[in-house]
Design a protein around this ligand. Structure first.
Ligand code: HEM
Length: 406
């Protein structure tokens, strides 16, 4: 364990009142929490956990912890609200048997052949984006590159018509934004509206797809299952499709954006990757570890349990800080060093256990292709202008990342 982190950072830490310094660089605070208060009681009564061993244990244990968020989201959104309906119907915020039923169908539709089949389309898309970047000379790595990839990939997986894709990103950002620890009225209102618009759009798409079922898209497969034995109601189908689009979208955008930024900030590692392109696999894992796109998860304690010497009673609400666990020196030697060859690298960026990310092979594949190709194609790629962080604690990424290639 690293020693000497500033205890003052713990005293002033409140997830409901985060400073701009925290959003810019949360890692000194995470180090202080891991060292001085690894299971911290927050002012609102919830608990904030930062050590790798504790998170891994909790993610892998279903005996004492639940993913069901009805009790947390009722007061947050109001039990009649579209945000409540959406988030409490998504598989990720549920326990068995509902979670098992929905997960089986989604995992069954995201098989290795499905991921491999993405390659030609993805290679073409990345090549087109790089051509456009080359023509521009100066560009935004988020808008012009990172964000343009996941929306196409998930759009293709569900076979959403290209002409309909424009609003997907904004809907997704608004719905996920409503998961932040603190929510303004404007954010809440936008989140509610986005759920309604997204759900209504998908309802029409599903009605149309019933007439045009195919073998090669995720939506057709889920509809077939709906018509067969493993029944999903219309509400369940729609909200889990909204969730899939959201789950695969901002997270992967952040992985690609954070990844390019990390490489540009570590020129020796960037050079190492250019000389040995086969390191792209471990590079992406190291980006996932160092700047985890999804920094926070939650669980509810269902049975009395002791974690790190602290007794937690049923009903305790836990925030699991993936971003802190992935920098824990008890698991990762020299945790703050960005090492693109790091092995082993058992990071928790995709969580672990029964709810481990169902789209991790899709995300890895997208990031390997995107990062590998941009760094090989543009030897003079560099940051150019002021990078602006997304300003979110749960999802860590950039709003804009200006860059140039000469
Ligand atoms: C870098 C990109 C990604 C990251 C960092 C990420 C991270 C995560 C994490 C941490 C969880 C667990 C949440 C919890 O239990 O609290 C999760 C769940 C999930 N993710 Fe991802 N994800 C990424 C990309 C994707 C993609 C591309 C897809 C779909 C194609 C996807 C689909 C899902 C699904 C369906 C779940 C729910 C699994 C369950 O509850 O059983 N994710 N993801």
């Amino acid at each position: 364990m690293s020693a000497g982190a500033d205890p003052e950072l713990v005293r002033s830490f409140d997830p409901a009142r985060l400073s701009s310094a925290f959003y810019a660089d949360p890692y000194p605070t995470y180090a202080a929490l891991r060292e001085h208060a690894p299971v911290l009681r927050c002012p609102d009564g919830s608990w904030f956990l930062t050590r790798y061993a504790d998170l891994e244990h909790i993610y892998r244990s279903r005996e004492h912890f639940s993913s069901d968020k009805k009790a947390a989201f009722g007061p947050k959104y109001g039990p009649e609200s579209p945000l409540y309906e959406h988030h409490t119907t998504s598989l990720v915020f549920n326990d068995p048997p509902y979670h098992t039923r929905v997960r089986r169908q989604i995992v069954g539709a995201l098989t290795p052949p499905v991921v491999r089949a993405m390659e030609p389309g993805l290679a073409r898309l990345i090549c087109e984006l790089l051509d456009r970047i080359e023509a521009k000379g100066q560009f935004d790595l988020i808008e012009d590159f990172a964000a343009a990839i996941p929306v196409e990939v998930i759009g293709n997986l569900l076979r959403i018509p290209h002409a309909d894709r424009a609003p997907l990103r904004a809907w997704s950002l608004a719905i996920l934004g409503a998961l932040e620890p603190v929510l303004s009225d404007a954010q809440r209102e936008l989140g509610e509206r986005s759920v309604v618009e997204f759900r209504d759009y998908l309802r029409e798409l599903v009605a149309d797809r019933h007439q045009h079922l195919r073998d090669d898209d995720l939506l057709s497969r889920l509809i077939r299952e709906q018509e067969g034995g493993e029944w999903l109601s219309e509400k369940e189908l729609l909200h889990n499709c909204v969730f899939l689009l959201n789950a695969g979208h901002e997270t992967t955008t952040n992985l690609i954006g954070n990844g390019v930024h990390l490489l540009l900030q570590h020129p020796a590692e960037l050079e190492r990757l250019r000389r040995a392109p086969e390191l792209i696999t471990t590079t992406v894992e190291e980006c996932l570890r160092c700047e985890s796109p999804n920094q926070l998860g939650n669980r509810l304690v269902t049975e009395r349990v002791e974690i790190c010497g602290v007794e937690l009673a049923p009903g305790a609400y836990l925030t699991l800080c993936i971003g802190a666990a992935n920098r824990d020196a008890d698991e990762f030697p020299e945790p703050d060093r960005f090492d693109i060859g790091r092995t082993p690298n058992r990071h928790l960026a995709f969580a672990a256990g029964a709810h481990a990310c169902a789209g991790m092979s899709v995300a890895r594949f997208e990031a390997q292709m995107a990062l590998g190709r941009i760094v090989q194609r543009f030897p003079k790629l560099r940051l150019h202008g002021t990078a602006v962080r997304g300003g979110r604690a749960r999802f860590r990424g950039f709003r804009t990342l200006p860059a140039a290639i000469e």
